[in-house]
Design a protein around this ligand. Structure first.
Ligand code: NAD
Ligand code: DAU
Length: 340
């Protein structure tokens, strides 16, 4: 198969590329990525050595760039990871999220339609459903849960999902969608909670926990998410949405304490800070559909996944130290300035 993976220089996209190259010697992979602050060619260094891999720098919302790429390639499947992905950044700059996450998705779908591409897969998120209350552990997000986005980020992802489903209904466009819970693992940009806490704890800096740390996220190891995406992109039914999650709910405070324990650092590093505006309380996914229809089940237990993740950050200091010392330093100062 000839795959186009957009956003392949970011966290989940790069893990997906590594999976395809390692497991499918007959497949070829092209990455289209704008290399924003969140993407890096250093992440793709091992793939760049592989003759079955091609990297193209470009913006998915730029029609000329996307059309030129499609003119020279014949893709069997397009998997769209490219996005502005950080909720906090969407609160300060929503416009960029609409351009990349909504218009970018439309531009890609138009190119696929013109080329007759057989499969378009949209990597979406559980955040499109809004949040669940803390006192109703029986409630989970199913594919039937109404869309109820809270942040500009999740609203942009929900908009893209609606557009994908509208293209399917109106044009018979062969698209699938996965909506996954919070991922963690290697190559995760250190603005996101788990890697942020790891790199700060390693430097004995305060760990900024929003509010009281009681918000709940449903954590999934990134490789389990990539397995689900591949399965749906190859075998999912066009026009269908599949929720992806591993029943791994934890409060933020529990996660931060686990990270501290793994690193042998004291809980006194925890610092409760001002809450995120509109902060979603709880996410929890019901993955019954993807399990029953496609046989997907997660393989990595949370304790094991966190141990592997912490070890990865210990062994890849150059990767994240370069990020911390670059443009990101300005964001860190603005976001957490005065809080260590
Ligand atoms: P990320 O921020 O780590 O990576 C995004 C990548 O997209 C980067 O390489 C960036 O350079 C690229 N990009 C951004 N704008 C672009 C543009 N206009 N054109 C081309 N490339 C562009 O994100 P991630 O955490 O890997 O998330 C990937 C996808 O998965 C996103 O669509 C996100 O909504 C979704 N998702 C993420 C999670 C999670 O926990 N991280 C969970 C569920 C779904
Ligand atoms: O659920 C899937 C989503 O998970 C993806 O769609 C998003 O792209 C991804 O970024 C993630 O969104 P969250 O907002 O849940 O992730 P984040 O790592 O930003 O925050 C996780 C939780 O930790 C959240 O409740 C906010 C809290 N938090 C976050 C940061 C950055 C803190 O307490 N302190 C922090 O400094």
């Amino acid at each position: 198969m000839n795959w186009l993976v957009t956003g392949g220089a970011g966290f989940i996209g790069s893990n997906f590329v590594f999976r395809l190259l390692a497991r499918h010697p007959e497949d070829r992979v092209v990455v289209l990525d704008a290399l924003t602050y969140a993407g890096s060619l250093e992440t793709l260094a091992s793939a760049l050595q592989d003759p079955r891999f091609r990297f193209v720098k470009g913006d998915i919302a730029d029609r000329d760039t996307v059309e030129a790429l499609f003119a020279g390639e014949d893709f069997d499947a397009v998997v769209n990871f490219a996005a502005e992905s950080h909720v906090d950044r969407s609160i300060s700059d929503p416009g960029l999220f609409l351009r990349t996450n909504v218009i970018g998705t439309q531009v890609l779908m138009d190119a696929c339609r013109a080329a007759g591409t057989k499969r378009f897969h949209q990597v979406s998120t559980d955040e499109v459903y809004g949040d669940l209350p803390l006192d109703r552990p029986d409630l989970l997000f199913t594919e039937e849960t109404p869309l109820h986005a809270s942040s500009p980020y999740s609203a942009s992802k929900a908009s893209a999902d609606l557009l994908v489903l509208a293209y399917h209904r109106t044009y018979g466009f062969p698209a699938t969608i996965t909506r996954c819970s919070n991922n963690y693992g290697p190559w995760h940009f250190p603005e996101k909670m788990i890697p942020l806490m790891i790199v700060r704890a390693l430097a004995d800096r305060p760990l900024p926990v929003y509010g009281r740390g009681e918000n709940v996220r449903d954590w999934l190891y990134v490789e389990d998410h990539c397995a689900a995406i591949e399965l749906v992109a190859r075998k999912g039914r066009p026009g269908e949405v599949y929720n992806v999650g591993g029943h791994n709910e934890r409060t933020n405070l529990q996660v931060v304490k686990t990270v501290l324990q793994e690193l042998g650092k004291p809980e006194s590093l925890i610092s409760f800070v001002k809450d995120r505006p509109g902060h979603d309380m709880r996410y929890a996914i019901d993955p019954a559909k993807i399990s029953a229809e496609l046989g997907w089940t997660p393989e990595t237990a949370f304790d094991d996944g966190i141990r592997r993740t912490v070890r990865w950050y210990l062994e890849h200091r150059t990767w994240w130290e370069r990020i911390l010392s670059g443009e990101y330093a300005k964001y860190d100062a603005k976001m957490y300035g005065g809080r260590g």
